[in-house]
Every structure is written in C-alpha cells, then in structure tokens.
Design a protein around this ligand. Structure first.
Ligand code: GDP
Ligand code: MN
Length: 399
C-alpha cells in the first residue's frame, strides 16, 4: 500500500527523522492560513498524488500555469494563488501515465535552501533477506538512469537484522555522500532512524529523493515515498487509516474486497489463473506469442464460486480487455467450481470478447462438461501453450 508524501513525512517525523514542517490542505484559503503559520521567506506548494516526478510534471489544464506540480513561492498569498491554480487539476508525470492524476490535496511546506541533493532509499532485498540501503550523490534525478549510465555512483549495503544499524553503516553513507564532520554524524543518526521506522512499520520501500544538505548545514528529507507490505497491514491500523482509495485502481479495490490477488496491467488479454507461479507463467507466454496481459490475477487455492464470479466480472468490466484466458490447474481448486463461476459471471454481465478456457486437474471432466453444455462460445484449449496461442490469435483477428 502506498501513501502520500505528507503522510510519509508524518510517519518519519514520529521517528525523529528531519523533515521540513508543513500542512496538507484541500483549499486555497487553507493554503494561505497554513503558509501564514510557517515562517518564510520561502514556501513550497506540493501536489499530493501517489506518483513521483511531480516537479517535472505538467498539468493538462492550461489554467494551472506552466510550472510543474512542485512550486517554490515567496509569500503566503502566492502559496494560496498556486494552490488555487493546481487543486482539482490533472498532473501528468512520468509515473502517472498519459491519463495523469487529479490533485485533490496540496502540501504547504517551509522552503529549504538547498546546497546539495542526494538520493537515499531502503528496501527489502530478497537476495539477502535483509533491509538494504541504496545511496547516491546523484539526487533529484531519475535514479534508474544513474544506475544505467553511472552505476559506480550508486552504493548499496544490507543491514544484518541481528545487529540492526551499526556505526559503520553511518560511516558508509557519509563516505558515499562525501560528508564529514557534523554532517557525517547526522548521516549516521538519519540511517538509524530510517531503519527503525522501516522495520517498526513493516515498510516494503522507503525512498528519499532528494535528501538534501541545506545551506545551514543540515541534512533533511525533502521528499518521501513509502510503500508498506500489504500483508502486514493487519497489525498497523494507524497505517491502514492512511489509505487513500481515490489514488488506487478501482478494479484493484474491488478485487481486494474479495481477497483476490489482482494487479491491473496495460495489455489486452484478461487472465484468470490459480496460483501466482502459474499466473506469472501465463503472463509470460501471452507476451511470448505477441500480445500483452491486461492483468495479473490469482484466484487462489480454495476460491468459491462467488469469488470466481467476482474475478470474472472485474476482468470483463475493463474496457481494455479484448479477450480472456482462463487457465486453471486444479489441485485444491476444483475445475467445476471455476466453470460454474465463469458461467454465473457471464450470465450476469454477458460476454463480448473471445474466451479461451484451459482446465486441468481435479474435476476437470465435470468442469469441461459444464462449459460445453452452457452454450457459451468458449474456445477450449488442451494445454497452456495451445491456450495462449488461441487467445492471441482470437484477439489479433478480432473473432
Ligand atoms: P517529485 O518531483 O515528485 O520527486 O517531488 P520532490 O518533492 O522531489 O520535488 C521536486 C524538486 O523540487 C526537488 O528535487 C527539489 O529540487 C525541489 N524542491 C522541493 N522542495 C524544495 C525546497 O524547499 N526548496 C527548493 N529550493 N527546492 C525544493
Ligand atoms: Mn522526489
């Protein structure tokens, strides 16, 4: 689960991490009042959406002005003016896709005088099963580009969970960022606090870009992006309360109500599969035959007919979907349950696109019989290879 920048900074502040003061607001009047309470002479008006690249983003509406989604202003009135210009407007950044995202909230923050901009992130490194930090002097920029063209400028290290952050980790960061004296000390303390926040809140990713050195000689987190491990949210009600459903894909919200593992993708073939591994293989093979999946969907092991019906409805409701591939290897999951779920969904919402069904395993004959006798225009398939070729062909030929 992702949260907004202002919320992320709130979480980090609780752990003593240095972040600028700010207030999140919904209207221009609130923006002016908020700015009046923050000592100037510079303020920053920041669009709150679940996507990065806001600074270099562009608004779809011309009235929002030429400047991007992060604006440095010189007075409280100017803060209000800019909040008014961008609230309700659609910001397009390299992470939002061409549709952009509507800015419903802005964050009014005290401005910082930047001396240097760095990059720092922490994530769960699956190779070492540890929390790893990534630091670079090349902050404020596209870190993927830095990793690609100048990999020597990126430093990574993992933290042993038995010891936690040690003084040498702080020295590693300070050295990587070229900091000495008091700033090196601040770097050590920062890494310890970020690690504490990361582990206490079960974060999956924490990105500070930029981490800055101010002209006053302070290390500060000017931006913060956090995603939490969704499987841990049951033990963090205070984090779950930060969820903003307006930022999430509607189909994913619907899927989460039925406890379906569903991720929207941007292709044309809707997939219903059981088991994450088989689902991944299904996405791969669709790609191999020249089309792209519209989603990842794992209906799970013991899915009920109701759950399968909900899953099928979510797939068919997606206007991007030009064909559907049902690929079930029945183990715990029974093929007849899948067949009945598909039928119930088709009865409720109809079927406008070609459907290929590949069933194998427990109760396969019964499942096939249900589909065969349904009168539905289903294209049967014998194995995954056959199924993928058939659905790609059907979508390409529009049959
Ligand atoms: P992003 O573009 O979505 O990653 O948003 P950021 O929060 O990183 O802001 C974009 C850029 O705005 C930063 O890289 C900074 O260069 C600049 N910026 C943000 N806050 C301040 C500030 O307080 N003072 C100044 N001078 N620039 C800022
Ligand atoms: Mn940033």
């Amino acid at each position: 689960m992702n949260i907004h920048e202002y919320q992320a900074k709130g979480v980090l502040r609780e752990f003593g991490v240095p972040v600028p003061n700010g207030v999140a607001v919904l209207t221009a009047d609130e923006a002016e009042a908020a700015a009046a309470k923050i000592p100037g002479p510079v303020w920053v008006v920041k669009s709150q959406i679940h996507a990065g690249g806001r600074g270099k983003g562009k608004f779809k509406e011309a009235e929002a002005g030429e400047k991007g989604g992060v604006r440095v202003v010189k007075s409280a009135a100017d803060a209000a003016e800019n909040a008014k210009l961008i609230l309700g407007k659609t910001l397009v950044t390299i992470q939002t896709g061409p549709a952009g995202k509507q800015v419903n909230r802005v964050y009014i923050e005290e401005g910082s005088e930047i001396e240097k901009e760095f990059y720092l992130s922490a994530l769960v490194d699956r190779a070492t099963s540890r929390v790893a930090f990534v630091v670079s002097t090349e902050g404020g920029m596209d870190i993927e580009e830095v990793a690609h063209s100048t990999p020597e400028k990126i430093h990574t290290f993992a933290v042993d969970p038995a010891t936690g952050v040690m003084p040498h980790h702080g020295r590693t960061v300070a050295e990587a960022l070229g900091l000495s004296g008091d700033l090196a000390k601040q770097a050590g303390s920062l890494v310890a606090k970020l690690y504490a926040a990361f582990t206490a809140k079960d974060m999956a990713m924490l990105e500070i870009n930029p981490l800055v050195v101010t002209k006053g000689g302070e290390l500060k987190c000017l931006d913060a992006k956090i995603s939490f491990d969704s499987n841990s949210l049951y033990r963090h009600p205070e984090i779950l309360a930060l969820r903003d459903e307006t930022e999430e894909d509607e189909k994913e919200i619907e899927a989460s109500k039925y406890d379906l593992a569903y991720i929207a993708l941007d292709g044309t073939i809707g997939c219903m599969v059981n088991g994450a591994g088989l689902a991944m293989a299904t996405l791969d093979i669709i790609k191999l035959y020249g089309e792209s999946p519209a989603n990842f969907l794992d209906v799970g092991g013991g899915a009920t007919e109701e759950k399968v019906t909900a899953a099928f409805k979510i797939i068919t409701a997606d206007p991007q979907v030009k064909g559907i591939l049902v690929n079930i290897f029945g183990g715990i999951m029974k093929c007849d349950v899948i067949a009945r779920g598909v039928l119930a969904a088709v009865k409720a919402v109809g079927l406008q696109v070609p459907l290929v069904v590949r069933l194998e395993g427990t109760n396969v004959e019964e499942g096939k019989k249900i589909i065969r006798e349904s009168g539905l225009n289903v294209i049967p398939a014998d194995d995954l290879d056959d199924a993928a070729q058939k659905i790609v062909k059907a979508v390409k030929e529009g049959v």
